[in-house]
Design a protein around this ligand. Structure first.
Ligand code: SAM
Length: 294
């Protein structure tokens, strides 16, 4: 006899009164279950709120510690510039990375490492402005960017990069702090130039040159470089910078790679470049630093 047949027979054997009782018991059972589910749900919601409060407090504590650290690492005018570029959403770099970058420039000054500073990949200018504030006014600095939408990646970049580029090309990218993405702005070059001036390092009086165009067309240096901050995201952009800048780095000077731990193409480019050329020591300082050995 199949189980279906026995169930039907069982139901047929119930009187209307016993069916009603069965149904009432089932309703009661479901009501109790719903109540306990709701209690469990309320408890989970309370736990979630508690966790959110703890996370908020921890975030605030981390921010306060980062702030304190900034003050202990760099002079006040540089710390003030770091805070302003963050507050004005002029940079993608988090505060500890800006403070490490500023510290690296200050160390170059203190150690008397000869040569210019370079930033390749500046977007709204934040990290370059911090570098300019940390350097001595006489030291030349070159800031390279297309000052437009970032050029497309190549087949040397991975899926992560191509996905990001699709978002940018479709007009779906959002800027820092929810502002208009830098690549969709009308005159980024003028904006960046004004930001340098507004933040106390006018290009004309700070020995800073903003150079508009593709790295491939514009980077053509023939002088010692003390420190280069490379922040061009993709393989070809990074490789071009390494090929044209790394041979010029002064002993004791360094290259700071913003994207080595972030984008596959940058990582590949650095590893490819270094595989064929010794003479640089790797230092992990939140970002990858390549220090030119003496
Ligand atoms: C991540 S953003 C730079 C962020 C900036 N350093 C900051 O403080 O937020 C990368 C910049 O590199 C530029 N870029 C990438 N590849 C380039 C290339 N081959 N030539 C010129 N500019 C390039 C992009 O247009 C963009 O402005």
């Amino acid at each position: 006899m199949s189980p279906m047949v026995s169930l039907r027979e069982f139901a047929r054997g119930l009187t209307p009164g016993s069916r009603l009782k069965e149904a009432e018991r089932e309703v009661e059972r479901l009501r109790r279950r719903a109540k306990s589910d709701q209690q469990e749900g309320n408890e989970l919601a309370r736990e979630l709120k508690r966790a959110q409060r703890v996370t908020q407090k921890l975030r605030a504590r981390v921010a306060a510690l980062e702030d304190e650290l900034l003050d202990s690492r760099v002079p006040e005018h540089v710390a003030a510039t770091v805070r302003r570029v963050r507050a004005e959403h002029l940079t993608y770099l988090a505060l500890p990375h800006l403070s490490t970058l500023a510290r690296a420039v200050l160390d170059i000054e203190a150690d008397g490492v000869p040569g210019a500073l370079v930033e390749a990949g500046t977007a709204r200018g934040g990290s370059a402005i911090v570098m300019a504030a940390a350097k001595s006014p006489a030291r030349p600095m070159y800031v390279y960017d297309v000052f437009d939408q970032i050029p497309p990646p190549s087949d040397r970049d991975g899926a992560d990069v191509h996905e990001r580029y699709a978002t940018i090309a479709d007009g779906r990218a959002r800027g820092v702090g929810g502002e208009l993405y830098y690549g969709y702005r009308d005159d980024l070059y003028a904006e960046v130039s004004e930001s340098f001036t507004r933040l106390g390092v006018p290009p004309e009086t700070s020995s800073v040159q903003l150079v508009k165009g593709l790295f491939q067309d514009t980077i053509d240096l023939d002088e010692p470089i003390a420190l280069a901050h490379l922040d061009g995201d993709w393989y070809d952009s990074t490789m071009t910078c390494l090929e044209r800048i790394a041979p010029l780095i002064s002993p004791g000077g360094r290259i700071v790679l913003d994207d080595y731990y972030a984008w596959s193409g940058c990582r590949e480019a650095v590893d490819d470049y270094l595989a064929a050329r010794p003479g640089f020591r790797r230092e992990a300082r939140g970002r990858l630093h390549l220090v030119r050995e003496d």
